[in-house]
Design a protein around this ligand. Structure first.
Ligand code: AMP
Ligand code: ZN
Length: 120
């Protein structure tokens, strides 16, 4: 299957790896929308949240716990975890991925990237 994130998962396509184990990989988003923007993927191909099954429960928890740990390691006090689902939901890459977004400053202007919900 010609899937970019499968190739990033296997290492066939390079990425800025933040964390990896047998079943998940985290890497920097190539076009960050926040000062800290990581993507956390299962190495196994799952197209989207729509395709999740009960048997994926442990894997999904691993994605969330990986995000939790990496957020802590990045010193994020608060952050957003986002799954875009389907084209209408903004999903462009058809391999399940969890966005970890954070690092906005108190004045919401760190590196010039602004939090969409914190603008006054
Ligand atoms: P989504 O819109 O939820 O499908 O998000 C896909 C994300 O993948 C976007 O934020 C892209 O910037 C990111 N992206 C696309 N290609 C790469 C790549 N080769 N390495 C890292 N991130 C990528
Ligand atoms: Zn894939």
């Amino acid at each position: 299957m010609d899937c970019l994130f499968c190739k990033i998962g296997s290492g066939e396509v390079s990425s800025e790896i933040i964390y990896e184990d047998d079943s998940v990989k985290a890497f920097k988003d190539i076009k960050p929308s926040a000062p800290v923007h990581y993507l956390i993927i299962p190495k196994k191909h799952i197209t989207s949240v729509v395709d999740l099954k009960e048997s994926d429960s442990a894997l999904m928890m691993q994605l969330i716990l990986t995000a939790q740990r990496l957020a802590g390691e990045a010193g994020l006090l608060g952050y957003r975890l986002v799954f875009n689902v389907g084209r209408e939901g903004g999903q462009v890459i058809d391999h399940l991925h969890l966005h970890l977004l954070g690092g906005w400053n108190d004045d919401n202007s760190l590196f010039g990237v602004r939090h969409p919900r914190l603008d006054k």
